[in-house]
Design a protein around this ligand. Structure first.
Ligand SMILES: [Zn+2]
Length: 226
């Protein structure tokens, strides 16, 4: 069996140190999926593995939030494209071609742009590189469902959902209790699969054992850049 954790560490996608996360909390582990996604052959192999359960389910579209979901959506759609005939079978009149799309932020909200179309009745998979709170994924699901399409599955490279609810990063931030307590293989009641799970300890900045040891911090992630 392939040791995926080893691959992620070797390629630098899972890093150890002392990190300030985008939430403001601290952790000894940082996940950087770009270190996986910069390797086309590795990405294709992982995507093929992840999409297996959906090979014969008539999926029409794989879509993710920019930037994290773009490359993964594309690689997930590729092996599917030879396998099913959803739109053709349903008589919509288009020769079926599976599509890979992405949503971008417009005034802070994820939206379909560039003429991307999700026809009503489409069967959709939502893809993201790392899922932590599932916030972006929920936004994508809402947009897709507004089009009258159905999200059948969620896929990510890394499942980084914390084992316990995290403290809010700042006043006004709400905890997202909506996914806690669900089965591991579901988010928002939708079937979910990932390649690896990373559940590092998360510390509030005023009570971080790594800070107390005086270990210098790194701030590798930034929502502004994402
Ligand atoms: Zn710290």
């Amino acid at each position: 069996m392939t040791d995926y954790n080893k691959i992620f560490k070797k390629l630098g996608a899972v890093q150890k140190g002392h990190f300030i996360l985008t939430s403001g909390n601290h952790s000894d582990t940082y996940v950087q999926c770009a270190r996986i996604l910069e390797n086309p052959k590795v990405t294709a192999k992982l995507a093929k593995e992840l999409i297996k359960p959906w090979n014969d389910q008539g999926i029409d579209i794989v879509v993710g939030p920019a930037l994290g979901g773009i490359i993964l959506s594309y690689e997930l759609a590729r092996p599917l494209s030879r396998r099913n005939s959803g739109w053709q079978r349903k008589g919509i009149g288009l020769r079926h071609k599976i599509k890979a799309m992405y949503l971008e932020r417009v005034d802070g909200k994820l939206a379909l742009r560039r003429g991307f179309m999700v026809p009503a009745g489409s069967k959709v998979i939502v893809a993201e590189d790392v899922i932590t709170t599932g916030g972006s994924v929920k936004e994508v699901i809402d947009v897709i469902e507004q089009q009258g399409a159905k999200v059948l599955g969620i896929i990510s490279l890394v499942d980084r959902r914390p084992a316990e609810p995290q403290p809010p990063a700042e006043a006004g931030d709400k905890l997202r209790p909506d996914y806690f307590g669900e089965k591991d293989n579901q988010i928002f009641g939708i079937k979910y699969n990932s390649i690896i799970q990373v559940n590092p300890p998360i510390y509030p900045p005023d009570n971080c054992p790594l800070c107390k040891k005086g270990i210098p911090t790194e701030k590798p992630g930034s929502r502004g850049l994402k």
